[in-house]
Design a protein around this ligand. Structure first.
Ligand code: PLP
Length: 441
């Protein structure tokens, strides 16, 4: 693999040249980021350059690896019918609209927003390029100079959105992760309205989901708005039905529908850059709020739009989802459970209690992370490394994601590698019973 900065590169390390006085700002800045810089070149799976892909196999330098770091849950990035549909959209619309949405939205957006609205069952939806942009701009609008109640393990982009809101005059209070009791304690105290509760749906590390009903009830009781980021649930979990092929539910229409909740006092944010392999995201909300956000939240007016290819893959992805999404989810479900059962058998702990396809493996000793990463890489497994300082020391480990386009052979190979890993490294104890119990229960 080719690290972005080679060991011995002038950026750090013993070979670093003496800097001129006018470059000292750079020196100081490099010192501040030295943990991250070391990480960048000590882990073959951090900041890697991918030379080639073949299905869910990727080539880095000379090595082919099975990719368990992809978030393309439905495998639409590789779907021939989606790929082949894109040129016709490019012929009609060119590669990029370039107008900000307020200046001119290709009619494709109308179609997307109405399909997304119907799918998630909300009153309306506003599409913007990314969830990050949505958090940074919509949370400050919703919170104004009121109070934000922020889940302490919310995604970094949500934290950042809340920081922007703080800069605009909001107060930010944090409650214990997924703990409605702790949130209630904060809600009972005197706080400035409007009140916004910010939390993730399916958690991007643990693969678990909060008890939305409990949080929604608190929001309604305390005249607050529940703002939920379901980047990882959208496309994966959906409404429950006697016809469902697996307990992810049907249609992949996200956590609110999966848990049988209504949208009263709930704003759902989800993205298409994971399950739908497209640079697009949306806020599901009442039409009146959508109209306000068009002018009050900057991206609709000030940011560039998603490229046409992404609008095309989003629309075609929604078509595939309607045609055979549930089969893709059933396939993902089956392979995710193969991995979870294997971990349980090898005594490797994971916090995943849902069976959703995000499987975190925390290490017993965070100092093993370099060797574990190297072991996985050398055995042809590509995973997301959660190394310090990206995560706190007690959460250091790696994350595996299973997509519909991984193969059973790749899962078998992963299991053999994990078995070897468990023999070689000390893993956290206590996984086996927990995992097997949840499978049989
Ligand atoms: C929970 C969560 N929210 C937001 C994001 C960022 O999404 P986007 O790429 O659409 O900005 C991610 C991406 O990893 C995520 O996991």
């Amino acid at each position: 693999m080719t690290p972005a900065v080679q060991p011995g590169h002038a950026a750090y390390g013993p070979g670093r040249p003496h800097r001129r006085a006018e470059d000292r700002w750079l020196e100081r800045w490099l010192e501040t980021c030295s943990d991250l810089a070391r990480l960048q070149y000590s882990h073959p799976m951090v900041d890697a350059v991918i030379d080639e892909i073949d299905g869910r196999m990727i080539r880095i330098g000379e090595r082919w690896l099975a990719d368990f770091a992809s978030c393309n849950y439905l495998g639409l990035d590789l779907d021939r019918s989606v790929i082949e549909a894109v040129p016709a959209y490019l012929d009609r619309w060119g590669t990029h609209p370039s107008w900000s949405r307020l200046l001119g939205s290709p009619v494709l957006y109308e179609q997307l927003e109405s399909e997304l609205t119907e799918l998630v069952g909300a009153e309306d939806a506003l599409a913007l390029p990314t969830i990050t942009l949505i958090h940074m701009t919509v949370i400050p609008v919703l919170a104004g100079s009121g109070t934000i109640f922020l889940d302490s393990r919310a995604h970094k982009t949500m934290f950042d959105g809340c920081s922007v809101a703080r800069g605009h005059g909001a107060t930010v209070l944090r409650f214990r992760h997924a703990d409605p009791g702790d949130l209630e304690r904060l809600l009972r105290a005197e706080t400035e309205p409007p009140r916004v509760i910010c939390m993730d749906g399916v958690n991007s590390m643990t693969g678990n989901a909060p008890d939305l009903a409990a949080f929604a009830q608190l929001a309604r009781e305390h005249d607050a708005l529940l703002y939920v980021d379901d980047a990882h649930g959208f496309g994966v979990i959906g409404e429950r039905s006697p016809q469902e092929l697996c307990d992810y539910g049907m249609r992949g229409n996200s956590i609110v529908r999966h848990q049988g909740e209504s949208y009263e006092n709930i704003v759902l944010v989800a993205g298409l850059s994971k399950a739908y392999s497209s640079l697009l995201a949306f806020v599901a909300c009442p039409t009146q709020l959508k109209q306000i956000l068009k002018t009050a939240a900057p991206p609709y007016l000030y940011s560039g739009p998603s490229p046409v290819a992404s609008l095309a893959t989003a629309l075609e992805g929604l078509r595939v989802n309607a045609e055979r999404g549930d089969e893709l989810r059933a396939r993902m479900h089956r392979m995710a459970w193969r991995v979870l059962d294997g971990l349980a058998e090898f005594g490797i702990v994971t916090p995943n209690t849902t069976g959703y396809p995000i499987i975190e493996v925390p290490l017993h000793d965070p100092d093993d992370i370099d060797e574990v990463g190297r072991y996985l890489f050398d055995h042809g497994i590509y995973a997301t490394m959660a190394a310090y300082p990206l995560v706190p020391k007690n959460e250091v480990g790696f994350r595996l994601q299973v997509t519909a386009s991984n193969t059973d052979e790749q899962v078998t190979h992963l299991l053999l590698t994990l078995h070897g890993l468990a023999e070689r490294f000390r893993m956290r104890p206590g996984a086996a019973q927990a995992s097997l119990a949840r499978h049989t229960g």
